[in-house]
Design a protein around this ligand. Structure first.
Ligand SMILES: [Zn+2]
Length: 613
């Protein structure tokens, strides 16, 4: 039976017939040495497989591509003999066991890609993603698996992982365990000299691990994480784990996160701690990945667990897994007190509804299709991607916002989406082995809120037309308008008003400085840039005969010419060309307050945005 539940006490003192011994002698060369030992082997052959992807990250990564020096053996120690083996496909190795009961496979893994779902090892630390390190034995994934870490513990004193300690550290190393391969696959490991803070809350242990070279206030972070745990645990009536590990990687250019059942990996740029907007973003990311321990790890689309690690797992329901979580992350950050009501509305305006309005692909593909095709679209987006599909995070989140407000409005404030979440949770607890079908999800929402939403919700999820913002959001005294934000005059000193800087004109292309050349990174369908015949990777050389030296120059030269045809010199494929571009005013879809809201609108707003901390 499929299960990702594990408590530390279940692993203490266990033995395992499948053990990985991991060595880091060549960490400086970004190499991990793996010895996989399999006992209790029966029959003449055994097949071991390296996963091709990591659950939660919907892309084929072919981790076997990082594997090398594979040798296969029967017996162990002094009795070990080479055993013949053959690759059955790109990731599966069939070993001729000659009737032996113990088989060993030795290999190395090249670990030099720093993301939340790939291994990263160097002389200072190791971040391990088990799907990218540990092969599984076909037919034996339900057994206990052990992992022995043999690193130098004086150089790397900290190990942070949701794998459970099996016994006290010994000469051989530190032994950790998982009840089955799915738990192992779901348990990343950080080893190094990183800072760790721990706290007990909601009857469980929590660990905050921050591998970084930057000076980060881990105490402060840990304090905010306590608020997150309190708010989310309160929503679901407690936490379903005995121990949870927050791994927060801080390095330049970092971003994103990956959820697990008893841990999460969150990656942020060091500047996240220096800027108010960015720090709210970091706290919202932590809310997001932590919320996933309920929504997606446990409450999940029927296709997402048990997993086939060898190939794509298609589901149209990432609107539930990621869209719903994207709606809740900023809302939970608000409930935690990380943003004011005004700031939260501004976030909805800028990062949700306003942002979706800049994605032409919302009119080209439905949210459900964007989910099914995540493997080729969101995770392999071409520079043209934004024209072809909407992200199921972004559009899914906006749809869920409308759904929540619709439920609150139509139940006169009696119910909200929180009630549906608790109904999903009860259903998981009743049968953890099976995920939810779309019909079950809709049935549970309708049952727990007494509101019929099926036709409406499905039309939003399957549709490509604009969503009915004003019809729904009026209930909470909000409206969506497309008028530009009034320009606030800026003062210098006490009395001098600085010149109003008008917003940059809209050209519909993204530009980047590539070694002094101003290069087009994307072009929006139907935009002034598209109409002028400008393409991706073209260079913008000059505007009205003036050399363009930075992306900002383009705005500046065109800024005074909104609506006026402007001569632009471009470069494509070795040849110069001249075209005419007519800049437009920036499209500005934004959420604003309805003036003089009624008592009912105020009441519904309070119901929607009531704080729980
Ligand atoms: Zn997510």
């Amino acid at each position: 039976m499929y299960s990702i539940e594990q408590r530390d006490e279940q692993l203490r003192g266990t033995t395992a017939a499948i053990t990985y011994t991991l060595g880091f002698d060549r960490a400086a060369q970004h190499l991990i040495s793996v010895r996989m030992r399999i006992d209790n082997v029966t029959g003449d052959a055994i097949t071991v497989v390296m996963p091709s992807w990591s659950p939660g990250s919907y892309k084929i990564r072919d981790y076997a591509g990082y594997q090398g020096n594979v040798t296969t053996w029967v017996g162990t120690g002094a009795n070990r003999k080479s055993a013949p083996s053959k690759w059955r496909d790109k990731a599966s190795l069939v070993i001729d066991t000659k009737g032996a009961s113990t088989v060993e496979i030795d290999y190395v893994i090249y670990a030099h890609e720093r993301t939340v779902r790939t291994n990263h090892v160097n002389r200072f630390h190791a971040f391990l993603v088990p799907t990218a390190v540990c092969m599984y034995v076909e037919g034996r994934t339900d057994e206990i698996h052990h992992v022995m870490l043999t690193h130098n513990t004086s150089a790397w004193p900290s190990v942070s992982t949701s794998l459970s300690p099996v016994q006290a550290p010994s000469q051989q190393g530190m032994l950790f365990g998982a009840l089955n391969y799915d738990v192992l696959a779901d348990s990343p490991i950080e080893i190094g000299d990183h800072q760790v803070q721990t706290f007990d809350l909601a009857g469980a242990k929590h660990e905050v691990a921050v591998p970084t070279n930057f000076s980060i206030d881990v105490m402060w972070l840990s304090k905010q994480i306590k608020r997150i745990v309190t708010v989310e645990a309160e929503m679901f009536g407690g936490v379903p784990y005995d121990r949870y590990v927050f791994i927060i990687q801080v390095y330049p250019g970092a971003g994103g996160g990956l959820e697990h059942a008893r841990s999460s990996v969150n990656a942020v740029d060091p500047s996240a701690m220096l800027d108010k907007t960015k720090v709210i973003g970091l706290l919202s990311l932590l809310c997001h990945e932590y919320f996933h321990l309920w929504n997606v790890k446990r409450i999940r689309p029927v296709e997402l667990g048990p997993f086939d690690y060898t190939r794509e797992t298609y589901t149209p329901m990432l609107w539930l897994a990621e869209g719903l979580t994207s709606y809740y992350d900023d809302l939970l950050a608000y409930r935690c007190g990380f943003s004011t009501e005004k700031e939260y509305i501004e976030i909805l305006s800028k990062d949700h509804i306003g942002k979706l309005a800049t994605v032409p692909g919302r009119n080209a593909m439905s949210t459900r299709d964007s989910s099914t095709l995540a493997w080729l679209k969101l995770y392999m987006a071409s520079p043209d991607g934004s024209n072809r599909f909407p992200s199921y995070y972004l559009k899914g989140g906006v749809i869920i916002l409308l759904l929540d407000v619709y439920i609150i409005d139509h139940s006169d404030g009696k119910y909200s989406l929180d009630d549906a979440m608790r109904a999903f949770w009860k259903r998981y607890q009743a049968d953890p082995s099976r995920g939810l079908t779309e019909n079950e999800v809709i049935g549970l929402i309708e049952e727990s809120t007494k509101i019929q939403i099926k036709d409406r919700l499905m039309s939003w999820l399957n549709g490509t037309t604009e969503l009915p913002y004003n019809e729904i959001l009026e209930a909470v005294a909000l409206k969506v308008v497309d008028t530009p934000k009034p320009i606030e005059s800026v003062k210098i000193g006490e009395a001098v008003t600085f010149a109003n800087v008008p917003p940059a004109p809209y050209l519909g292309m993204a530009l980047a400085d590539s070694g002094g050349r101003i290069v087009v990174k994307s072009v929006e369908d139907g935009s002034p840039a598209a109409q002028a015949g400008i393409g991706i990777d073209d260079e913008i050389v000059a505007i009205e005969g003036k050399r363009v030296a930075s992306p900002a120059n383009v705005d500046h030269y065109c800024g005074v010419r909104i609506g006026v045809p402007t001569e632009l010199t471009g470069h494509c494929d070795g040849r110069l060309y001249t075209t005419t571009i007519t800049p437009l005013a920036q499209p500005t879809l934004r959420v604003i307050e309805i003036e003089q809201p009624s008592d009912r609108q105020k009441e519904m707003r309070n119901r929607w945005l009531r704080r729980t901390l």
